[in-house]
Write a protein that binds this ligand. Structure first.
Ligand code: 5GP
Ligand code: ZN
Length: 120
């Protein structure tokens, strides 16, 4: 999609600090990191969100997780831990509508599912 910023990063048309790229996925540093380690991994093909995922995307999404794992290890957070987050839709605060996984680590995460887990 030509006006999608993550499609443009995937093709190299828009600048980003690219950590890895292959035929299925691209990984790059988040422009506004919220932790010492914060990068994104996207499928090269434009998928708006998890809501639009189909069986045809399974190879790319499998690759997405294995690339996230490898880069998290390269960045040295395998033992301290890290979080993979895929925001989907308005309640989750998705702001870029090209599916992406955030890989966040290097500090304690503020939210645990045990904390304030009641539905309000
Ligand atoms: P979302 O809120 O959709 O889950 O996450 C979008 C993420 O994309 C945010 O963390 C934001 O900082 C990042 N982002 C937005 N625009 C750009 C950009 O042009 N380049 C890069 N590298 N990251 C971006
Ligand atoms: Zn896109």
């Amino acid at each position: 999609m030509e006006d999608c910023i993550f499609c443009q990063i995937a093709t190299g048309e828009r600048q980003a600090v690219v950590l890895y790229r292959d035929e299925l996925v691209t990984a790059f540093e988040d422009l506004h990191p919220i932790a010492p380690v914060h990068f994104l991994v996207v499928p090269n093909r434009h998928i708006r969100s998890v809501n639009e995922v189909t069986g045809a995307d399974e190879d790319a999404l499998g690759r997405l997780v294995s690339v996230a794992r490898r880069l998290a290890h390269e960045k040295g957070v395998q033992a301290s831990g890290y979080r993979l987050v895929i925001n989907t839709g308005p309640d989750a605060g998705q702001s870029v509508f090209h599916l992406h996984v955030h890989v966040i680590g290097g500090r304690k995460m503020p939210f645990r599912f045990e904390d304030g887990a009641q539905m309000r």
